[in-house]
Design a protein around this ligand. Structure first.
Ligand code: MG
Length: 301
């Protein structure tokens, strides 16, 4: 199961994405027809009651398989404008830095490999969807960089979550480009400013349910810039795996449904090359995570 948020005829909605059919089933409209009670207004709202979201989605899938589509509102993917699956997160996006050894080494040598997760955040206003342009902010940065990452969407409220229960708190997965202004990140010491300029968090293309991702610790991550392969990693290389991250983050902070955790990036970022290869207006960054999809964004000035 795969869900996307979209705009159609000026209205924002969300739906069950049927990639092979090239269609999306509008969940609010269809759920009202099917059950007499529509799902919440947004995908985030639906994730807060994910049991119902999954149940309605399963019912829709079985109707599609049976060809019983009378009560479903089905749109072509070509006629909707895709947005980020959670276009306006209520909280900052949680991010983990230097969580792949090769990337930590390219950023600062062997001693940069962390003993505990490095955690920072990106402001909600950074979020954009696939195909939407990343503003280069070239008046403040000359070192615009990309970071392809697997992101976790939390599905259940929890605090002090034990490692062995942590996977139960994951609703699904998406992809994030943790766009970074390296010079600003360096200048201001704290990561936040260099990571939080408007449009610096492309997210999507959709959210994939955890049930269809057999092993999230064995997914290839590839980032291409203008079709050239720059990052070629695998989540099996994570220093701190997903249960550890959830356990550490929730130790003193309540995690809630819809919270987003970007889990870190493999080696091959622009600043890791000698000489560095930063992004310019006109570049296109494409991140593919196995089984999740491809997140593609052009860079504009
Ligand atoms: Mg990152």
């Amino acid at each position: 199961m795969r869900w996307m948020t979209f705009e159609y005829q000026g209205q924002q909605s969300y739906g069950l994405e049927m990639v092979e059919r090239g269609q999306v089933v509008d969940l609010r409209a269809s759920s009202e027809n099917l059950t007499g009670e529509p799902l919440p207004m947004t995908l985030l709202g639906a994730i807060e009651n994910s049991d119902r979201l999954v149940k309605v989605s399963e019912e829709i899938i079985s109707r599609l398989e049976e060809g019983d589509t009378g009560e479903l509102v089905i749109l072509s993917l070509n006629e909707v404008q895709r947005l980020a699956p959670i276009p306006k997160p209520p909280k900052n996006v949680l991010c983990v830095g230097k969580n792949y050894a090769d990337h930590a080494i390219e950023m600062g040598g062997q001693e940069a490999i962390p003993d505990a997760p490095i955690v920072f955040t990106k402001a909600p206003a950074t979020v954009i969807g696939t195909d939407q342009p990343v503003q280069g902010h070239f008046h403040v940065t000359q070192e615009l960089d990309y970071e392809g990452e697997l992101a976790v969407i939390i599905g259940k409220k929890g605090k002090s979550i034990p490692i062995d229960e942590a996977m139960d708190y994951i609703f699904g997965y998406t992809i994030i480009n943790d766009v970074t202004a390296r010079d600003i990140q360096r200048k201001h010491k704290q990561f936040f400013l260099g990571k939080s300029m408007d449009t610096f968090c492309p997210m999507g293309p959709s959210i994939v349910h955890h049930s269809v991702v057999k092993d999230p610790h064995h997914l290839s991550i590839q980032t291409r810039v203008n079709d050239e392969l720059r990052q070629n990693g695998n989540t099996e290389q994570l220093i701190f795996n997903l249960p550890t991250l959830i356990s550490v983050l929730s130790a003193g902070m309540t995690l809630e449904p819809g919270d987003i955790i970007a889990t870190g990036t493999p080696s091959g970022v622009g600043s890791g090359f000698k000489p560095p290869r930063f992004l310019h207006a006109g570049d296109v960054v494409e991140i593919t995570v196995e089984g999740i999809g491809t997140l593609k964004n052009p860079i504009v000035s």
